[in-house]
Design a protein around this ligand. Sequence first.
Ligand SMILES: Cc1cc2nc3c(=O)[nH]c(=O)nc-3n(C[C@H](O)[C@H](O)[C@H](O)COP(=O)(O)OP(=O)(O)OC[C@H]3O[C@@H](n4cnc5c(N)ncnc54)[C@H](O)[C@@H]3O)c2cc1C
Length: 389
Amino acid sequence: MSTPFDLAIVGGGIHGATVALFCARAGMRTVLFERGSLCREASGVNAGTLTMQMTRVALIPYALQAHAMWASAREWLGHDAGVVVCDGLSLAFTQREVELLSFRAGKRREAGAPIDLVTATAARAVEPGLGEGVLLAAHCKVDGYANAYLTGQAYHAALIEAGVDLREETPVSGVEREEGGFAVQTAAGPVRAKRLVLAGGVWLEEMMAWLGITLPIKVLVNQLAVTERVAPVMRTVVGIASGLLSLKQYPHGTVVIGGGWQGRGDRQRGGVELVPESLIGNMRLACHAIPALRHARLARAWAGLEAETADALPAAGPIPGIPDAYICGSVHSGYTSGPYIARLLAQRILGQEPADPLFPIDRLLASPAASPTPSAAAGRATDEQPQHV
Ligand SMILES: Cc1cc2nc3c(=O)[nH]c(=O)nc-3n(C[C@H](O)[C@H](O)[C@H](O)COP(=O)(O)OP(=O)(O)OC[C@H]3O[C@@H](n4cnc5c(N)ncnc54)[C@H](O)[C@@H]3O)c2cc1C
């Protein structure tokens, strides 16, 4: 029998890939299983926004650290993920949005995010492309975006360089506990490892069931669209107070339009379906915020599945009652914060004290509120009230 790996990770999104990278670099013999290609689910189809304005208050300190990681990705990841650091604006067009924005910006500011409330004139100085009717804006200098398409390529190269045994196109069908570790079941037979990390995004619920644990994970089906390449129409990341818009123009000219407008999807069956009315609403809002977009044609629209726990806080830490097993995922705005939270988990696995507290799932297993009805149309919950991102 071959020597067991020090660590097996199931799920090659931003969380699994980051844990693998840091553990392998610290000397652990690490194997990473991914059913498809690395970062091709949520971590490869997301809007790429790296923002404090849509991050839950409790996660702001983590998101700030993660933003700094993204901004220096070339150094620690060693490869380009197309990161652009720029200003971000969240807009209020109605009185209700003014109240929402003031409240949310205040909370995030208290948590450490450098967010200021500014007038429409001041906002237009930051983003000359803004349309009329802005009553108030929240301005954050720590904003920006990465290129989700490049993320997988960047991580792929980094993982290989770090010596990770990267097994793409390798679905895991189950995990069994055995003396000294785990047997990870694949079509080619079991692979043994002393430690295990489950990092399966919306599929964490079924992965936890392999270990006999019920952990409900809600599924959001976020829709996005991208325009053809157009002349510069904006230079910041733009959203609105409700969270129903995220808008930015990439350096090559395309504009990605998102905001948590929900499509339809099914994590068991696979596949997603766009809801045209919802897409049109999203486009209208985008053109209202940046009127020059009215002249741009849509090149493509798509949807992806995002995971959320019952309290919309991360599932990141040891799995209770199962020594040497860990979970990592369900991070709200998980592309923004994921690398930092996964790095904290790597520290824990390596026997170090994580630089910030993890998010153990005991709270989700103990509480009756941990049994929500999974809903594909639920949208994201935030600390204050329902909100899409
Ligand atoms: C459309 C969309 C837009 C978003 N926009 C933003 C944004 O702008 N900013 C932001 O911060 N966040 C955004 N998010 C959220 C963010 O993308 C996710 O929180 C994050 O990528 C989740 O990473 P993950 O590693 O937990 O999951 P995933 O990236 O989903 O990775 C899980 C992996 O597990 C694999 N897997 C599942 N089952 C198995 C199995 N049995 N065997 C092997 N592998 C398996 C899957 O194939 C998948 O690759 C968005 C999400 C979506 C869907």
